[in-house]
Design a protein around this ligand. Structure first.
Ligand SMILES: C[S@@+](CC[C@H](N)C(=O)[O-])C[C@H]1O[C@@H](n2cnc3c(N)ncnc32)[C@H](O)[C@@H]1O
Length: 250
């Protein structure tokens, strides 16, 4: 873990307010929808602050693959966090996050890739956005794979095949951060599926069938693939049944 520079006295709430502001600002360049979407997602989805506040990213995981990256919010978040940390504007209770050496975002929808390129395509090091299906896209060697709310778009066999390729691309010390819905929590899972379909429509995409597993089934699958797994509920303040699986290469 890298040592924090001397910090200004910054509370986590104030730090997150700045992160929220700065990480969503580049999306103005891609229009009102992209900007409002970035603000809404960073502001209301507990996963982003949850990852930072719990120190789950890790300062040494510099090569990041973001599968189903949408408009690349996670890249913007990482670059913002690192810049704030370098300036010392950082709460004492937060662990450092990595100076990115390579970010690869894989996204099926050309419109999302275009929004990502317009908004944050100029950052340094330049994030790479690949418009491709995660089931076939090549995964480069990496230290961190992030898959947030994506795997349910493909069937159970394809989910396993993606996770197998993720495991093979992760280098020693590598980590997968996988957020899924827990299908055993029927009400929360049904609500998240309904919201998912609505958002898919609003973003101008066709709604397709989805596939879920229970938390126990996700855990067993990851363990069978050789990951050591822990789970963290990740839907605080929302009606969903989302869980973050932190899966490490043993
Ligand atoms: C619910 S959004 C989550 C976006 C992003 N991970 C986030 O948390 O902000 C799911 C994303 O996965 C993408 N996606 C769905 N199926 C995919 C596939 N087969 N390959 C790559 N991306 C896919 C969708 O287009 C969408 O952008």
């Amino acid at each position: 873990m890298s040592k924090n520079p001397p910090s200004l006295p910054l509370s986590p709430d104030e730090a997150w307010r700045r992160v929220h502001e700065q990480a969503s600002a580049p999306y103005r360049q891609a229009g009102r929808f992209a900007w409002h979407f970035a603000r809404g997602k960073l502001g209301r989805d507990p996963v982003f602050r949850g990852l930072v506040g719990r120190g789950l990213i890790g300062a040494d995981r510099r090569r990041v693959v973001d599968i189903g990256c949408g408009q690349g919010l996670f890249a913007s978040l990482l670059v913002t966090l690192h810049a704030m940390h370098a300036r010392g504007a950082w709460p004492a209770s937060w662990d450092a996050t990595p100076a990115l050496t390579r970010y690869t975002g894989i996204e099926l929808m050309p419109r999302d890739v275009a929004r990502a390129e317009t908004s944050i395509g100029h950052l340094q090091p330049k994030p790479e956005f690949i418009c491709a299906d995660m089931c076939t896209a090549e995964l480069p060697p990496c230290d961190l794979v992030v898959i947030l709310d994506v795997l349910h778009y493909v069937d159970l066999q394809a989910q396993e095949a993606v996770l197998r390729r993720v495991r093979d691309s992760l280098q020693p010390g590598g980590r997968l951060l996988l957020r899924v819905g827990d299908a055993s929590s029927r009400r929360g899972f049904a609500i998240s599926q309904w919201v998912d379909r609505t958002v898919t429509r609003v973003r101008g995409h066709r709604v397709s069938p989805t596939w879920g597993r229970t938390l126990q089934e996700w855990t067993q699958l990851l363990e069978r693939l050789g990951f050591s797994v822990r789970n963290i509920p990740m839907s605080a303040g929302t009606p969903f049944a989302n869980v973050l699986l932190v899966a490490d290469i043993a």
